[in-house]
Each structure stands twice: as structure tokens, then as C-alpha cells.
Design a protein around this ligand. Structure first.
Ligand SMILES: Cc1ncc(COP(=O)(O)O)c(C=O)c1O
Length: 297
């Protein structure tokens, strides 16, 4: 009889040659318990997902409440579903800026794809600039934003039109031009080693995007939902993006992501052609009632 470990290694696709192989029985708060009752401090918290801890009671309550009503009906822009409205309205009130409309996705990478497509369509431009050493996800578009040679070269050719600047390099902002559709970056570079923006970098970047008409996209997929001390990191830098990307902790443990922007920018995906970007499960009712718990924690 094969062990679960053997079945895991033979039948579940591996993402690295060195899996942790913790056989999870349950998880609560900051702890994971394995099948032998051994308790682990979950120091990676599912790669920035479990910011509220595992199975936070308010999260479980919100999910259970929703499961008693409906699980899935058409999610994208056809049916009026309270969890989607509640989350989007509450988030726009909390941010209280031009970011007032939410496009729901299932993951961070998909939110990045939404931003690239919306920026290209809205500006009618092609160029995308990202920062060296950034990580924005593993779909081909998001992967194409990476600069480190090893990763992109294995999967290339990727998406054309991408170029890079160094994070924090104010003297490279001149590479943002009238041909740039969007600049996409993390306000704090995460995978690159937790690199904070230097004083003025984000402000100068914001200014350059205004001057050239390029959209500024902030990837807060990892920094969002309280990880830097404010709901989103950009709120500490006296500026705001044109498009804000979120995922990971957003779903409280369920898969959820979003691109948030003005209705003008995101609205361009609805027309000419209609259904310019769609997703079968993005904004799933079980995964989008969860700002409620954030406000109670
Ligand atoms: C900054 C950043 N952007 C995007 C992503 C991709 O998100 P997902 O894995 O949900 O597709 C990640 C994931 O680690 C991330 O850290």
C-alpha cells in the first residue's frame, strides 16, 4: 500500500525538486498540525495568504453564511451578487480615491493580465515597463514582465513590448515615454528581497506617468491587506496608482484576486469587443464577502 507521501510525489505535479512535504491534518491561527500531531509555526503563511491566521472565525462565518445561500451563478457582470457588491463598495469607501471599480479574478497573475490588457486598450499603446527582479506571477503575460534571465528564457518568446527599469532608479524614469501603456511594479519589491521604495521614487514615478499618459499599475498582491501596516502600501507614499492589483490575503484563504481602477479604465474591457476579458469563477460568491472580516479584526 503506497503512503500518502509516495502518492503525492507520483500523482501531484511538483513545482520544485525540494518539496517541504508536511502532511497537513489541520490548521488554526498561526499553526499547522501534521498527521502525527506535530505543530508547526506557519512562517510563510501560504506565501502571504493567511494574514488573518488560518480559519479566522470571521472568515469561516462569512463563508458559511454565503454557502447557505448560493455557491455559483454566472459571476461576471451579468448577475447582481451581494458579496461582490459589498466587497467592492466597502473597498472603494476605504480607499476613498479614484479607484472605485473592481474587476474580480481568481488569482494575482490573472489580475496582472487584466491590468496589461486594460492599459493597452485604454491608452491604445503597446509598451509595458516593469522593474528588474520583480515577480508578478506565472501566466505567460505576467512571466514576461520578469527581467531575470533564467526564468524568462526558459519560456520565451513571451509577450512582446516589455522593457525594464531598475527599482528606485529615478534617473531611469525617462524610459517611460508617450509609447508606454503602463508601468507595473510592486511598491515594495517582495520576492526580490523586501526592497522598500526610496524617498520620492514613487512620487516621481507618479509624476512621470502623468506627464506621459502611461498608466501606473501597483501590484499589491503581496503587500496588500495590511502587510505593510496600512491596508495597501501605497497609502503611505502620498500617491495613488491608476490600477491597483490585489490577491493572496484578499480571500482569507480562498482563491480571490482583483484589479481595481476607475470605471473609465476598466470599462474599456466591456466594449469593442464586448467580453474583452472574462473569467468563469472570478468574484466567486464564497470568496468575495471577505472584507467584512478584515474590518472586524
Ligand atoms: C507581487 C506578486 N504579484 C503577483 C503574484 C502572483 O499571484 P498568484 O500566485 O496568485 O497568481 C505574486 C505571487 O507570489 C506576487 O508575490
Amino acid at each position: 500500500m503506497p503512503t500518502k507521501r509516495q502518492l503525492f510525489l507520483s500523482h501531484v505535479a511538483q513545482t520544485s525538486p525540494y518539496p517541504m512535504i508536511v502532511e497537513v491534518e489541520r490548521a488554526e491561527g498561526i499553526f499547522i498540525y501534521d498527521v502525527n500531531g506535530k505543530r508547526y509555526y506557519d512562517m510563510d503563511s501560504g506565501f502571504s495568504v493567511s494574514s488573518l491566521g488560518h480559519r479566522h472565525p470571521a472568515v469561516i462565518m462569512a463563508i458559511e453564511d454565503q454557502l447557505g445561500k448560493y455557491l455559483h451563478t454566472t459571476v461576471y457582470g451579468e448577475h447582481i451578487q451581494s458579496p461582490q457588491i459589498q466587497f467592492a463598495t466597502q473597498l472603494s469607501r476605504l480607499l476613498n480615491n479614484r479607484l472605485q471599480t473592481v474587476y474580480y479574478t481568481n488569482s494575482g497573475s490573472e489580475a496582472v493580465e487584466v491590468a496589461i490588457k486594460a492599459a493597452r486598450k485604454f491608452t491604445g499603446r503597446y509598451g509595458i515597463i516593469s522593474c528588474r527582479n520583480a515577480y508578478h506571477g506565472s501566466t505567460l503575460g505576467a512571466e514576461s514582465l520578469r527581467s531575470d534571465i533564467g526564468y524568462p528564457s526558459s519560456f520565451m518568446p513571451g509577450m512582446p513590448g516589455v522593457s525594464h527599469i531598475d527599482f528606485n532608479a529615478i534617473n531611469q524614469l525617462e524610459y517611460i515615454t508617450l509609447e508606454t501603456a503602463a508601468v507595473i511594479l510592486e511598491p515594495v519589491q517582495a520576492e526580490a528581497g523586501v526592497i522598500l521604495p526610496k524617498k520620492d521614487f514613487l512620487l516621481k514615478l507618479r509624476q512621470r506617468c502623468h506627464e506621459t499618459g502611461a498608466l501606473l499599475v501597483l501590484d499589491e498582491i503581496q503587500t496588500g491587506f495590511g502587510r505593510t501596516g496600512s491596508l495597501f502600501a501605497f497609502q503611505q507614499y502620498q500617491m495613488e496608482p491608476d490600477i491597483l492589483l490585489m490577491a493572496k490575503a484578499m480571500g482569507g484563504g480562498l482563491p480571490a484576486g482583483a484589479a481595481m481602477s476607475s470605471s473609465e479604465i476598466l470599462g474599456c474591457l466591456a466594449d469593442s469587443p464586448p467580453l474583452g476579458h472574462i473569467t468563469t469563477f472570478g468574484g466567486h460568491p464564497s470568496a468575495s464577502p471577505l472584507l467584512v472580516p478584515y474590518s472586524k479584526c
